[in-house]
Design a protein around this ligand. Structure first.
Ligand SMILES: [Zn+2]
Length: 341
Protein backbone atom coordinates (compact mmCIF):
# COMPACT_ATOMS: atom_id res chain seq x y z
CA UNK A 1 0.00 0.00 0.00
CA UNK A 2 1.91 2.91 -1.35
CA UNK A 3 -0.07 5.65 0.40
CA UNK A 4 0.33 3.93 3.76
CA UNK A 5 4.08 3.50 3.36
CA UNK A 6 4.31 7.13 2.26
CA UNK A 7 2.39 8.24 5.35
CA UNK A 8 4.67 6.38 7.75
CA UNK A 9 7.87 7.31 5.93
CA UNK A 10 6.79 10.94 6.38
CA UNK A 11 6.74 10.37 10.13
CA UNK A 12 10.43 9.41 10.01
CA UNK A 13 11.48 12.64 8.31
CA UNK A 14 11.94 14.66 11.50
CA UNK A 15 14.58 12.19 12.63
CA UNK A 16 16.58 11.84 9.45
CA UNK A 17 19.31 14.20 8.30
CA UNK A 18 18.47 16.38 5.28
CA UNK A 19 15.28 14.51 4.55
CA UNK A 20 12.84 15.66 1.94
CA UNK A 21 10.37 14.36 -0.58
CA UNK A 22 11.83 15.05 -4.02
CA UNK A 23 8.46 14.12 -5.49
CA UNK A 24 5.51 12.03 -4.40
CA UNK A 25 7.45 8.83 -4.90
CA UNK A 26 11.00 9.74 -3.93
CA UNK A 27 12.26 10.47 -0.43
CA UNK A 28 15.89 11.45 0.00
CA UNK A 29 17.97 11.76 3.20
CA UNK A 30 21.31 10.98 4.81
CA UNK A 31 21.82 7.26 5.17
CA UNK A 32 21.49 6.12 8.80
CA UNK A 33 23.10 2.76 7.98
CA UNK A 34 26.49 4.18 7.00
CA UNK A 35 26.13 7.73 8.35
CA UNK A 36 26.71 9.00 4.82
CA UNK A 37 29.72 11.30 4.33
CA UNK A 38 31.67 12.16 7.46
CA UNK A 39 33.41 15.08 5.75
CA UNK A 40 30.38 16.61 4.13
CA UNK A 41 27.35 16.86 6.36
CA UNK A 42 25.15 17.95 3.46
CA UNK A 43 25.66 14.75 1.49
CA UNK A 44 22.44 12.75 1.42
CA UNK A 45 22.65 9.57 -0.60
CA UNK A 46 19.84 7.43 0.79
CA UNK A 47 16.74 7.13 -1.41
CA UNK A 48 13.31 5.59 -1.02
CA UNK A 49 11.63 5.06 -4.36
CA UNK A 50 8.81 3.05 -5.82
CA UNK A 51 9.25 -0.37 -7.37
CA UNK A 52 5.95 -1.80 -8.52
CA UNK A 53 3.59 -1.18 -5.60
CA UNK A 54 6.08 -0.69 -2.77
CA UNK A 55 8.75 1.68 -1.58
CA UNK A 56 12.29 0.37 -1.46
CA UNK A 57 15.40 1.92 0.07
CA UNK A 58 18.82 2.20 -1.48
CA UNK A 59 21.96 4.04 -0.38
CA UNK A 60 24.31 5.19 -3.11
CA UNK A 61 27.16 5.39 -0.62
CA UNK A 62 27.18 2.06 1.22
CA UNK A 63 24.97 0.19 -1.20
CA UNK A 64 22.47 -0.88 1.45
CA UNK A 65 19.26 -1.99 -0.23
CA UNK A 66 16.10 -3.11 1.53
CA UNK A 67 12.36 -2.54 1.58
CA UNK A 68 11.29 0.77 3.10
CA UNK A 69 9.18 -1.12 5.62
CA UNK A 70 12.29 -2.93 6.75
CA UNK A 71 14.13 0.39 6.88
CA UNK A 72 11.49 1.66 9.35
CA UNK A 73 11.83 -1.52 11.40
CA UNK A 74 15.62 -1.00 11.61
CA UNK A 75 15.56 2.66 12.60
CA UNK A 76 12.08 3.55 13.89
CA UNK A 77 10.59 0.53 15.65
CA UNK A 78 7.69 2.51 17.11
CA UNK A 79 6.66 3.95 13.77
CA UNK A 80 7.10 0.53 12.23
CA UNK A 81 4.83 -1.03 14.86
CA UNK A 82 2.15 1.60 14.22
CA UNK A 83 2.53 1.05 10.50
CA UNK A 84 1.94 -2.67 10.94
CA UNK A 85 -1.15 -2.03 13.04
CA UNK A 86 -2.68 0.24 10.43
CA UNK A 87 -1.66 -2.11 7.64
CA UNK A 88 -3.42 -4.98 9.40
CA UNK A 89 -6.53 -2.87 9.87
CA UNK A 90 -6.47 -1.94 6.19
CA UNK A 91 -6.17 -5.60 5.28
CA UNK A 92 -9.31 -6.21 7.29
CA UNK A 93 -7.45 -8.32 9.82
CA UNK A 94 -8.87 -7.77 13.26
CA UNK A 95 -6.38 -7.75 16.12
CA UNK A 96 -6.37 -11.12 17.87
CA UNK A 97 -8.63 -11.13 20.93
CA UNK A 98 -6.54 -11.57 24.04
CA UNK A 99 -6.51 -15.15 25.20
CA UNK A 100 -7.99 -15.52 28.66
CA UNK A 101 -5.31 -16.66 31.04
CA UNK A 102 -5.86 -18.84 34.05
CA UNK A 103 -5.38 -17.17 37.43
CA UNK A 104 -2.08 -18.99 37.76
CA UNK A 105 -0.64 -17.56 34.60
CA UNK A 106 -1.72 -14.07 35.60
CA UNK A 107 0.54 -14.21 38.62
CA UNK A 108 3.62 -14.59 36.51
CA UNK A 109 2.82 -12.09 33.81
CA UNK A 110 5.64 -9.55 33.96
CA UNK A 111 4.72 -5.92 33.63
CA UNK A 112 6.54 -5.68 30.29
CA UNK A 113 3.60 -7.49 28.72
CA UNK A 114 1.30 -4.66 29.69
CA UNK A 115 3.46 -1.90 28.41
CA UNK A 116 6.60 -3.10 26.66
CA UNK A 117 8.28 0.27 26.40
CA UNK A 118 12.04 0.13 26.60
CA UNK A 119 15.11 2.04 25.48
CA UNK A 120 14.40 0.76 21.97
CA UNK A 121 11.18 2.76 21.98
CA UNK A 122 13.06 5.89 23.00
CA UNK A 123 15.53 5.31 20.19
CA UNK A 124 12.71 5.36 17.71
CA UNK A 125 11.45 8.73 18.84
CA UNK A 126 14.45 10.64 20.25
CA UNK A 127 18.12 11.17 19.55
CA UNK A 128 20.77 10.33 22.13
CA UNK A 129 21.52 13.78 23.61
CA UNK A 130 25.24 13.19 23.11
CA UNK A 131 24.89 12.61 19.37
CA UNK A 132 23.31 15.96 18.53
CA UNK A 133 25.44 19.08 18.81
CA UNK A 134 22.51 21.24 19.89
CA UNK A 135 21.62 19.05 22.88
CA UNK A 136 25.20 18.16 23.80
CA UNK A 137 26.24 21.81 23.88
CA UNK A 138 23.15 22.82 25.83
CA UNK A 139 23.93 20.23 28.52
CA UNK A 140 27.66 20.93 28.54
CA UNK A 141 26.91 24.65 28.99
CA UNK A 142 24.92 23.69 32.06
CA UNK A 143 28.00 21.73 33.18
CA UNK A 144 26.22 18.37 33.24
CA UNK A 145 28.91 15.65 33.51
CA UNK A 146 29.64 13.94 30.17
CA UNK A 147 28.81 10.45 31.44
CA UNK A 148 25.37 11.71 32.50
CA UNK A 149 24.73 13.41 29.15
CA UNK A 150 25.10 9.94 27.66
CA UNK A 151 22.04 8.80 29.63
CA UNK A 152 19.84 11.58 28.27
CA UNK A 153 17.87 12.03 25.06
CA UNK A 154 16.86 14.86 22.79
CA UNK A 155 13.77 15.53 20.75
CA UNK A 156 13.61 18.47 18.33
CA UNK A 157 9.82 18.56 18.48
CA UNK A 158 7.90 17.64 21.64
CA UNK A 159 4.93 16.36 19.68
CA UNK A 160 7.03 13.42 18.64
CA UNK A 161 6.92 12.13 22.22
CA UNK A 162 3.27 11.24 21.69
CA UNK A 163 4.54 8.17 19.81
CA UNK A 164 6.01 6.74 23.01
CA UNK A 165 2.74 5.41 24.39
CA UNK A 166 -0.82 4.75 23.30
CA UNK A 167 -1.95 6.87 26.22
CA UNK A 168 -0.51 10.02 24.65
CA UNK A 169 -1.24 9.22 21.02
CA UNK A 170 -3.76 12.02 20.55
CA UNK A 171 -2.36 14.53 23.02
CA UNK A 172 -1.09 17.93 21.96
CA UNK A 173 2.42 18.24 23.38
CA UNK A 174 3.70 21.35 21.60
CA UNK A 175 6.63 21.70 19.24
CA UNK A 176 9.43 22.76 21.59
CA UNK A 177 12.84 21.12 21.48
CA UNK A 178 13.44 19.24 24.73
CA UNK A 179 15.99 17.28 26.68
CA UNK A 180 14.31 13.99 27.54
CA UNK A 181 15.00 12.39 30.90
CA UNK A 182 13.75 8.79 31.02
CA UNK A 183 12.28 7.19 34.15
CA UNK A 184 12.78 3.45 34.45
CA UNK A 185 11.16 1.08 36.91
CA UNK A 186 13.43 -1.26 38.85
CA UNK A 187 12.88 -3.94 36.20
CA UNK A 188 14.26 -1.63 33.51
CA UNK A 189 10.91 -0.82 31.95
CA UNK A 190 10.39 2.75 30.77
CA UNK A 191 7.57 4.12 32.93
CA UNK A 192 7.70 7.79 32.02
CA UNK A 193 9.74 10.67 30.66
CA UNK A 194 10.26 14.26 31.59
CA UNK A 195 11.08 16.67 28.79
CA UNK A 196 12.85 19.85 29.79
CA UNK A 197 12.29 22.70 27.36
CA UNK A 198 15.48 24.04 25.76
CA UNK A 199 13.75 27.26 24.72
CA UNK A 200 11.69 29.65 26.84
CA UNK A 201 8.52 27.55 26.61
CA UNK A 202 6.16 28.41 29.47
CA UNK A 203 5.91 24.66 30.08
CA UNK A 204 9.41 24.09 31.45
CA UNK A 205 8.92 20.40 32.19
CA UNK A 206 6.62 18.17 30.19
CA UNK A 207 6.13 15.01 32.21
CA UNK A 208 4.53 11.90 30.80
CA UNK A 209 3.60 8.91 32.90
CA UNK A 210 2.86 5.69 31.06
CA UNK A 211 1.65 3.60 34.01
CA UNK A 212 -0.72 4.79 36.70
CA UNK A 213 0.47 2.72 39.62
CA UNK A 214 4.23 3.21 39.33
CA UNK A 215 5.64 6.41 40.89
CA UNK A 216 8.05 8.35 38.69
CA UNK A 217 11.41 8.35 40.46
CA UNK A 218 14.43 9.27 38.38
CA UNK A 219 17.35 6.78 38.44
CA UNK A 220 15.53 4.37 40.78
CA UNK A 221 16.67 1.46 38.62
CA UNK A 222 20.35 2.21 39.20
CA UNK A 223 20.59 3.25 42.82
CA UNK A 224 22.30 1.13 45.51
CA UNK A 225 19.78 0.92 48.34
CA UNK A 226 22.38 -0.24 50.88
CA UNK A 227 24.23 3.10 50.67
CA UNK A 228 23.30 6.72 51.28
CA UNK A 229 20.79 7.81 48.65
CA UNK A 230 20.66 11.51 47.82
CA UNK A 231 17.14 12.54 46.85
CA UNK A 232 16.60 15.79 44.97
CA UNK A 233 13.50 17.47 43.58
CA UNK A 234 14.60 17.86 39.94
CA UNK A 235 16.30 15.11 37.90
CA UNK A 236 18.85 17.62 36.54
CA UNK A 237 20.14 18.37 40.07
CA UNK A 238 20.49 14.65 40.80
CA UNK A 239 22.92 14.30 37.87
CA UNK A 240 25.64 16.01 39.95
CA UNK A 241 25.42 13.64 42.93
CA UNK A 242 26.54 10.02 43.37
CA UNK A 243 23.91 7.36 44.14
CA UNK A 244 21.06 9.78 43.72
CA UNK A 245 17.43 9.78 42.70
CA UNK A 246 14.93 12.57 41.98
CA UNK A 247 11.23 12.64 42.68
CA UNK A 248 10.52 15.06 39.83
CA UNK A 249 8.69 17.60 42.01
CA UNK A 250 8.47 18.02 45.73
CA UNK A 251 6.28 15.04 46.58
CA UNK A 252 8.76 13.01 48.63
CA UNK A 253 5.93 10.90 50.04
CA UNK A 254 6.09 8.66 47.01
CA UNK A 255 9.34 7.16 48.29
CA UNK A 256 8.76 3.74 49.78
CA UNK A 257 10.15 2.34 53.02
CA UNK A 258 12.96 0.42 51.32
CA UNK A 259 14.60 3.79 50.66
CA UNK A 260 13.70 5.68 53.80
CA UNK A 261 16.57 4.67 56.10
CA UNK A 262 19.32 5.61 53.67
CA UNK A 263 17.64 8.59 52.05
CA UNK A 264 18.86 12.15 52.46
CA UNK A 265 16.24 14.57 51.19
CA UNK A 266 17.52 17.68 49.46
CA UNK A 267 15.10 20.51 48.76
CA UNK A 268 16.11 23.56 46.79
CA UNK A 269 17.82 26.24 48.86
CA UNK A 270 14.92 28.66 49.34
CA UNK A 271 14.68 29.69 53.00
CA UNK A 272 12.05 32.29 52.14
CA UNK A 273 9.70 29.84 50.48
CA UNK A 274 6.87 29.01 52.88
CA UNK A 275 6.06 25.96 50.80
CA UNK A 276 9.57 24.51 51.07
CA UNK A 277 9.75 25.16 54.82
CA UNK A 278 6.41 23.40 55.25
CA UNK A 279 7.55 20.42 53.18
CA UNK A 280 10.84 20.25 55.11
CA UNK A 281 8.86 20.07 58.37
CA UNK A 282 6.69 17.31 56.95
CA UNK A 283 9.55 15.05 55.93
CA UNK A 284 11.43 15.69 59.19
CA UNK A 285 8.28 14.60 61.04
CA UNK A 286 8.13 11.48 58.88
CA UNK A 287 11.62 10.64 60.17
CA UNK A 288 13.71 11.47 57.09
CA UNK A 289 17.20 12.91 57.12
CA UNK A 290 17.26 16.26 55.35
CA UNK A 291 19.79 18.77 54.08
CA UNK A 292 19.46 22.20 55.62
CA UNK A 293 21.63 24.52 53.60
CA UNK A 294 23.58 26.46 56.21
CA UNK A 295 26.93 26.77 54.47
CA UNK A 296 27.69 30.40 53.56
CA UNK A 297 29.20 29.35 50.22
CA UNK A 298 25.72 28.54 48.89
CA UNK A 299 23.88 31.53 50.35
CA UNK A 300 21.33 32.79 47.87
CA UNK A 301 21.96 30.01 45.34
CA UNK A 302 18.74 28.23 44.54
CA UNK A 303 19.65 24.73 43.46
CA UNK A 304 22.52 22.33 42.88
CA UNK A 305 22.81 23.09 39.18
CA UNK A 306 23.11 26.79 39.99
CA UNK A 307 25.78 26.03 42.61
CA UNK A 308 27.80 24.22 39.95
CA UNK A 309 27.20 27.09 37.49
CA UNK A 310 28.41 29.44 40.21
CA UNK A 311 31.79 27.71 40.23
CA UNK A 312 31.55 25.01 42.91
CA UNK A 313 32.80 21.57 41.87
CA UNK A 314 30.73 18.42 42.33
CA UNK A 315 33.04 17.50 45.24
CA UNK A 316 32.50 20.93 46.85
CA UNK A 317 28.74 20.50 46.64
CA UNK A 318 28.87 16.95 47.99
CA UNK A 319 31.05 18.11 50.92
CA UNK A 320 28.61 20.92 51.70
CA UNK A 321 25.69 18.47 51.55
CA UNK A 322 27.42 15.91 53.77
CA UNK A 323 28.07 18.54 56.44
CA UNK A 324 24.46 19.80 56.26
CA UNK A 325 22.52 16.60 57.03
CA UNK A 326 20.19 16.70 60.02
CA UNK A 327 17.28 14.73 61.41
CA UNK A 328 14.79 14.77 64.26
CA UNK A 329 15.08 17.50 66.84
CA UNK A 330 18.38 18.91 65.57
CA UNK A 331 16.82 19.24 62.11
CA UNK A 332 13.96 21.25 63.61
CA UNK A 333 16.36 23.55 65.43
CA UNK A 334 18.42 24.06 62.29
CA UNK A 335 15.24 24.78 60.34
CA UNK A 336 14.33 27.60 62.72
CA UNK A 337 17.75 29.21 62.09
CA UNK A 338 17.46 28.56 58.37
CA UNK A 339 14.16 30.42 58.01
CA UNK A 340 15.92 33.56 59.28
CA UNK A 341 18.82 33.45 56.82
ZN1 LIG B 1 24.53 4.19 3.39
Amino acid sequence: MLWLERKYLSMCIAHLGHAKWKNENTLNHRCPYCGDSKKNQYKARGYHFVVEQNFVYKCHNCGKATSSVHFMKDHFPTIHRDYLKEWLTEQGVKPKPKKLLSANEYKFTPQQDLLNISVETLKAVCWPAWDKIVSREYLQNRKIPDEKIEELWYVNNSQYLSNLSEKYKDRVLGNDPRIVLPFFAENGELVGVSGRAMNDSPLRYLTMKFLEDVPLIYNLNKVDKTKTIYVTEGPIDSLFLPNSIAVGGSDFKKLDDSIKDNAVIIFDNEPRSKEIIKKLKEVIDLGYKVVIWHNKRVNGIKDINDMIMDGLSQTNVLDIINTSIFDGLSAKLKLTEYKKT
